[in-house]
Design a protein around this ligand. Structure first.
Ligand code: UDP
Length: 453
């Protein structure tokens, strides 16, 4: 008699332990856990997140020995850090998975790795464990990585001096133009394109998960589905389903009490995510513009985000004390969901973008690097739910942008469109919606293609 195949029920997650990456990976873990999979999270020995791991009961956390502390991305720059991390971690991750296979009696159905943790593929291939790549950014950003990965550096540099080429639309993906390809803030072009090549080389990965949904990025998703030739699962926004967040910094919840005392839709919330830095001059211009707008504001200023000054300049503290409230780290989803919040001034990281749309909050965009600029382009020109602050930050433009967003008809129209998108996103994760179905298809895929011996 034929031996019945045993189902493997364990998924190993390999997140990049930066806030914007680990958050959606843990949310994906929760979604799969609810579907009956056991979850193991593999983290480098120098990148443990024990303080928050208690929010994920039942998850197993394992340590990858010999890797690189994530703090090095600040000193090395993201590209050099990723090269070093991937080189250093490949062998130790293989050992980690080999040990797990022994301990778990071969129960690993699949390794799901952050696209930037591409070292994971070597272990998956050698130990014959199926693997799936997870993109925590937008589908459009993934398209751009694929396009950049095929470019010749010298030719691209020459092409980009030609204004006609700069304004050429990429692969019919209107409004994406060559000048929007997200290369800025990534250091020298060649190493960055090398990373794009690594990220787009799917190796033995058998599927791709993206934290997006088809109503936001249908063109880019269709492009990817054709290009990658493996299943693509757009099952986001993942945070709608999540019951807990893994916050690497302590959230200051006093800001919710402060918000409770404000009028509906009157407050502008300002946060530039977990990585971006600001110059003192910019900080002062922001503070002046915000005060001149006469609107109340809640401002996240992360410790260390203003190089060279540990304390907030006194002028700023004094200026903001009347109308503003400053925290080091906010419970962002609760803030965006609060009725007092009327707008979000954001650096346009992908998670912040999704979180703002899910709460129907219009945005002021102040992107710092190429990927964020890409998100800002979509916020302003595709979904039309925000405006971009261009050039140097200057108090007059800050005041105008805040007033426009909170008080003018133009801002009201953006809010209306944002609320329309909110409904679409909620429908996409609800029963029968595209993201709901994509999650079911992924589960089916993991159960049939990956989990039988
Ligand atoms: N975040 C938060 N509190 C804050 C600021 C940010 O919880 O005060 C969270 C935010 O909700 C988002 C993440 O940090 O989930 C930032 O990710 P994003 O992709 O927006 O930007 P990154 O930090 O990667 O630049």
């Amino acid at each position: 008699m034929e031996k019945r195949a045993e189902k493997r029920r364990r998924i190993v997650l390999v997140p990049l332990p930066l806030q914007g990456h680990i958050t959606p990976m843990m949310q994906l873990g929760q979604a799969l856990n609810l579907k009956g999979f056991s979850i193991t999270v593999a983290l480098g020995e120098l990148n443990q997140v024990s303080s928050s791991s208690q929010h994920f009961p039942g998850f197993q956390f394992v340590t990858i020995l010999e890797t690189v502390p994530v703090s090095q991305h600040e000193t090395l720059g993201l590209v050099e850090f990723l090269v070093k991390l991937n080189k250093t971690t490949e062998a130790s991750f293989k050992n980690c998975i080999a040990q797990l296979l022994l301990q778990q009696g071969n129960d690993i159905a699949c390794i799901i790795y952050d696209e930037l943790m591409y070292f994971s593929e070597a272990a998956a291939k050698e130990l014959k464990v199926p693997s799936v790549m997870f993109c925590t950014g937008s589908a459009t950003n993934q398209v751009c990585s694929c396009i950049l990965s095929k470019l010749n550096v010298e030719k691209f540099l020459i092409d980009m001096e030609d204004p006609e080429m700069q304004d050429k639309v990429v692969e019919n993906l209107h409004p994406l133009k060559y000048k929007n390809l997200p290369t800025s803030g990534m250091g020298p072009l060649k190493p960055f394109l090398d990373i794009c090549r690594e990220v787009c080389n799917k190796r033995t990965a058998s599927a791709v998960i993206i934290n997006t949904t088809s109503c936001l990025e249908s063109l880019s998703l269709s492009w990817l589905q054709q290009e990658l030739e493996i299943p693509v699962y757009p099952l986001g926004p993942l945070h709608i389903r999540a019951s807990a967040n893994l916050s690497l910094l302590e959230e200051d919840r006093t800001c919710i009490e402060w918000l409770n005392k404000k009028k509906p839709r009157s407050v502008i919330y300002i946060s530039f995510g977990s990585i971006a830095h600001m110059e003192t001059k910019e900080l002062l211009e922001m503070a002046c513009g915000l005060c001149d707008s006469n609107q109340p504001f809640l401002w996240v200023i992360r410790p260390g985000s203003i190089p060279g000054s540990e304390l907030l300049p006194e002028e700023v503290s004094k200026m903001v004390s009347e109308r503003g409230y400053i925290v080091k780290w906010a419970p962002q989803n609760d803030v965006l969901a609060h009725p007092a919040v009327g707008g979000f001034w954001s650096h346009c990281g992908w998670n912040s973008t999704l979180e703002s749309i899910v709460e129907g909050v219009p945005m002021i965009c102040r992107p710092f690097n190429g990927e964020q600029k890409l998100n800002a382009l979509y916020i302003q020109s595709v979904w039309r739910i925000g405006i971009q602050l261009e050039g140097e930050v200057e108090r007059g433009s800050v005041e105008r942008a805040v007033k426009m967003l909170i008080m003018d008809d133009e801002g009201a129209c953006m809010r209306e469109r944002a609320l329309g998108l909110k409904e679409k996103l909620k429908a996409s994760v609800g029963i029968g919606g595209s993201s709901y179905n994509a999650l079911d298809e992924l589960v089916n895929y993991l159960e049939t293609e990956c989990s039988t011996s």
